[in-house]
Design a protein around this ligand. Sequence first.
Ligand code: ZN
Length: 189
Amino acid sequence: MRTFSQWIGAVIISLYPKSRVEGIRVIFTDIAVDRAECVARIHRAVNAMQVAGKPYKSLISRIRYIVIWPGNRTFADNAGGIHIASGDLLGIDELALASVFVHESVHLRIGARGIKYDPACRERIERLCIEVQARFLRNTPGRGEEMAREAEAVLAFPWWTREERESDLERLLDEHQLPKWLRAVVPRS
Ligand SMILES: [Zn+2]
């Protein structure tokens, strides 16, 4: 049965433009973006996960919907949704985007097991998400290996303890020379 907040969420979501990619509902709460371009990018990223093999196909099945929003962070919710900032979606390349979906869908899988994103578990959860993300990248020819190493290097920076310090976070990301594509997964759950 739906809770009241889920019901309210469903009503609100019904008001926004929607699309569908490989069975995944795509909801645009950023109504200013080029929707065809967003759908095409999601399509290519999901295809990259599909061709990468069975473990990644099973991760795709975790994604019930993708919300494209005008905010500044990308995260997984507890109802099978990935919320991606339109700036992230349009600002990173296809392989990076596919790896962000891998990362966030591992969050979905962990959440579906009832494991909460509590401070005590965060480090373990993020390490697991980065591990799967890096494995996915490493499977991909071209820049995959280099990007996998960049993703693993980010674990040296414990962003999961710093989420309340947004402004400070930007400075720290600069200090650590974090590549732009990785910022899509870092300052978030
Ligand atoms: Zn994460």
